[in-house]
Design a protein around this ligand. Sequence first.
Ligand code: CMP
Length: 143
Amino acid sequence: MERTFVYLKPNAVRRGLIGEIIKRFEQRGIKIVALKMHWVTKEEAEELYKMHKQKSFYKDLIEFITGGPIVAMIVEAPRVIEMVRHIIGNTDPLKAGTGTIRGEFALTTTKNLIHASDSKENFEREYKIFFKDEEIIDYYLDV
Ligand code: CMP
């Protein structure tokens, strides 16, 4: 079973889209194994996005994600890294397919509502910024 790290960006929280987005994961059968609301610190944001430090959008991105609370989660399912990115859609909302979260609700690339790890290596790195291992809850999904 695979896990991935997902967080709903401040505009998703402010727009009241927490339920709408989580519903899409749950209806697909994806299991939430850790969940929290959190105000991202500058240090956490810089660690999360350190690979983008030289990019033109870096400063705006850090400012945006530290500007309001986020909802962070770890989810679990077979091939969930690929599955979640499929449900979310392209980073650029203009290229995100109809029916994806970004394709339906997002307007700009910075404010693209949601982030998900793009590899097992990045999942391992990213979830540890926000969760302790004991915050991951193991249980079974009921019918
Ligand atoms: P995310 O999935 O969180 O991963 C990196 C983030 O950087 C991305 O979503 C966008 O919010 C942001 N990003 C990536 N490319 C651009 C871009 N060209 N312009 C503005 N923001 C970007």
